[in-house]
Design a protein. Structure first.
Length: 53
């Protein structure tokens, strides 16, 4: 759990060893209706190298 103890919002940066992340919540996350959510990278968008916005 991350909690801001000051007057400003907490900001968190995470570095993960894989391009797929699975989050498990205590209760279903809306609007998805599931307590487990997997986020994957989109290989069609490129890896960031040479990619333009």
């Amino acid at each position: 759990m991350v909690e801001s103890v000051g007057d400003e919002p907490a900001r968190v940066v995470g570095f993960f060893p894989n391009d797929e992340l699975t989050s498990t919540f205590e209760q279903p996350l809306q609007p998805f209706g599931t307590a487990e959510l997997t986020v994957e990278s989109n290989p069609d968008e490129g890896s960031g190298e040479g990619a333009s916005e």
